[in-house]
Design a protein around this ligand. Structure first.
Ligand code: HEC
Length: 172
């Protein structure tokens, strides 16, 4: 069966060039990255665990909730169709917003430079997705999902280039 899926991931290559983060500098080596704030955070989960247990599940739901699918059964939109459905994706977008903060915590942040810009970028893109979900605006929601994806990719490219393969598998 031929199955064509046009979801957010397919538009990413297009948007990559438009990334808001294009101006970011490459990460620089920094000696000290965990300036003490006098406050303690529980950072038992390492960055990889925040990725796989918190951020990726939420963002996958967002990406699976935008775009459309064409298969033997016909054309099907992936967007939520009920208020509850939009509330649900809005909650996943909130997880993305807060993940930006989680990544910026001392003990997780890999530096006090580009890492922080990517983390803030993740929260900002998550806010756009939250707003679009609240307004049930499909076009804006799709764009926000693509923007989230471009932040993931930009940070991975800078800090963990092998990770890009993870997404190639997923996009198939
Ligand atoms: C601020 C930088 C940053 C952002 C933003 C970011 N990541 Fe990551 N990600 C990393 C780093 C660094 C690793 C490698 C962690 C390790 O292996 O120690 C990683 C690893 C991963 C992994 C592999 C985890 C494993 O099993 O080793 C997945 C999956 C992942 N990220 C998903 C995402 C998704 C999805 C997004 C966007 C919604 C995202 N990441 C945004 C920095 C980031």
């Amino acid at each position: 069966m031929i199955k064509l899926k046009v979801s957010m991931l397919n538009s990413v290559a297009l948007l990559a060039g438009l990334s808001l983060l294009a101006a970011c500098s490459a990460p620089e080596e920094s000696d000290s990255n965990t300036a003490s704030t006098g406050t303690s955070f529980n950072t038992t989960l390492d960055v990889a665990q925040v990725m796989t247990l918190v951020l990726e599940p939420a963002s996958d739901i967002l990406w699976d909730s935008g775009g459309w699918v064409l298969d033997a059964a016909g054309y099907e939109e992936l967007y939520p169709t009920t208020d509850e459905g939009w509330d649900y994706v809005r909650a996943q977008a909130a997880v993305v917003v807060e993940s930006g903060n989680m990544l910026a915590l001392p003990g997780r942040a890999l530096d006090n430079d580009a890492w922080m810009i990517y983390s803030e970028g993740l929260s900002s893109a998550g806010m756009l997705a939250m707003e679009a979900a609240a307004a049930q605006n499909k076009e804006d929601f799709f764009q926000a999902g693509a923007q989230i994806y471009s932040v993931c990719s930009a940070c991975h490219q800078a800090y963990s280039p092998d990770i890009l393969d993870v997404f190639d598998e997923e996009a198939d």
